[in-house]
Structures are given as C-alpha cells and as structure tokens.
Design a protein around this ligand. Structure first.
Ligand SMILES: Nc1ncnc2c1ncn2[C@@H]1O[C@H](COP(=O)(O)OP(=O)(O)OP(=O)(O)O)[C@@H](O)[C@H]1O
Ligand SMILES: [Mg+2]
Length: 235
C-alpha cells in the first residue's frame, strides 16, 4: 500500500451547508461524505446550483458548515481559532477563481508576492520565488503590468502564481476557465494538471464542463448539494 492510500488529505463527514436568506432554507450542500487522498486531481462536476462553489468555499475555510465535520491536512476546520484559520487559508490552500480576483492597483509581481509577504516571508526571497513562478507561467514580460493591462489568460496565470506562492498542499479552482477562450482554458487546465503530476499537489477543479475530465484521477458529481457519483479515472 502506498502512503497516499493511508493518509487522506480531506475527510468530510455529514458535511452540510444550508443558507437561510430571508428565513427560507436553501441547500448549498447536503450530507456530503468524502475521503480524498493526497495527490488526486479531482474534477468536481455538476450543474449550476449543485453546490460546487459551496463545497470549495468550505474547503478553503472561507465559509463554515451548518453541520458535519471537515478535516483538511490534519486541520479540523471548526476547531481552529481565527488566527489559525487565517494561517490555514494562507498556507494550506490556494484558490483560483473564475473572475481572477486580482487586486487592480497592484502589479502582477505585487499581486503574486502579497500572500507570501502577509505570511511574513522576507521580501527578497518572496520576490525571487514570485519571479520563478511567473517565469514558469510565461509571464516574465508582464511582471510590472497592472491586471487591467493583461489578457484573460494572463490574468488567470497570474492568479495561479498567487495561489502557489505559499506552496499550498491543495489547489482549489472554481470554474477557472469560465472567463477564458477554449485555448486559454486548456492552458490553465494543463498548468493545474502539471502541478498535480509533477509536483504532487492535490487539485480540485469545479466546473460544469468536461474540460478537466482528461486530466482527472477522480470525478465527483454533485446534484442538489449531494454527491451522486464518484468515478475513479486513475489508470
Ligand atoms: N450566499 C448564498 N445565500 C443563499 N443561497 C446560496 C448562497 N450561495 C449559494 N447559494 C445557493 O446554494 C446552492 C448551491 O450554490 P453553488 O454556488 O454552490 O452552486 P454551483 O454548483 O457552484 O453553481 P455554478 O455552476 O452556477 O457556479 C444554489 O441553490 C445557490 O442558489
Ligand atoms: Mg459555482
């Protein structure tokens, strides 16, 4: 048995998130049980409203469940203090969003460096690391540009560099290709797949398209907040 099968990086039990806008209950996710080994590339699939973003937000520590437990990289998320939760968000998970979420007044290099500077790492080391990542992502010539001066594909590659700067074990990507043309979407998915294959990162890509399917080791299908199918695609 490999180490990977012994050490799930994500364990969810009875995980439920119910929203209550104006007193009406809306199910985000409902009684999700999940055990994910380190090193998987997961395509999290399902129609609009099926709960993909809700699950990612819980995994990212950006939202709290209504019921159930969630343990990620040995962190029991409900037991963490606010300070620990901030550390968790900064170091354990890296997020990539459909709308890129870059800070408009910061350059590419500054956007990428910020999470590492906030984590207290020294400026010179952070800059070196950011430059290395930006080189890998073919953004050498864009480091002093503002987000508004970039193409969509360049913005998303900048966001990927930012997600990686603190070397998180898990990358969570919520519809990362939603605002990109087909070619740039493929480039982004291939980069995420390379992170998984070459660097062993656990990657979860939420998408209603089939774009991540060829790279996925596991497909998890959500419907109305519940898992309907878990398909192992590993060779
Ligand atoms: N903040 C919120 N308040 C109330 N209801 C919400 C909130 N966020 C999500 N929901 C509801 O929870 C359900 C799941 O939403 P979620 O955003 O997780 O779906 P999704 O699978 O990411 O959809 P999409 O593919 O459109 O991004 C939907 O019915 C949605 O309307
Ligand atoms: Mg969504």
């Amino acid at each position: 048995m490999t180490e990977r099968s012994h050490h799930p990086i994500i364990v969810a039990k009875g995980l439920t998130r119910i929203y209550q806008p104006g007193g009406n209950e809306v199910i985000g996710i409902n009684n999700v049980n999940l055990e994910i080994s380190s090193g998987e590339l997961i395509a999290l699939k399902g129609n609009s409203g099926s709960g993909k973003s809700t699950l990612l937000a819980l995994l990212a520590g950006l939202d709290t469940p209504s019921r159930g437990t969630l343990i990620v990289a040995n962190n029991d998320l409900q037991q963490l203090t606010p300070v620990q939760l901030t550390q968790y968000r900064r170091k354990v998970v890296g997020m990539v969003f459909q709308t890129f979420n870059l800070l408009p007044t910061l350059t590419v290099l500054e956007n990428v460096s910020l999470p590492a500077l906030l984590a207290g790492h020294p400026y010179a080391r952070v800059t070196n690391k950011a430059m290395e990542l930006l080189g890998w992502l073919n953004l050498n010539s864009r480091i002093n540009h503002l987000p508004s001066q970039l193409s969509g594909g360049e913005m998303q590659r900048t966001a990927i560099a930012r997600a990686l700067i603190n070397e998180p074990a898990i990358i969570l990507a919520d519809e990362p290709t939603g605002n990109l043309d087909t070619r740039n979407g493929e480039i982004v998915i291939e980069l995420l797949a390379e992170l998984n294959r070459r660097f062993g990162r656990t990657v979860i890509i939420a998408t209603h398209s089939k774009i991540a399917d060829p790279h996925a080791t596991l497909r998890i299908c959500l419907k109305d907040g519940s898992i309907t199918d878990t398909i192992c695609c590993a060779p």
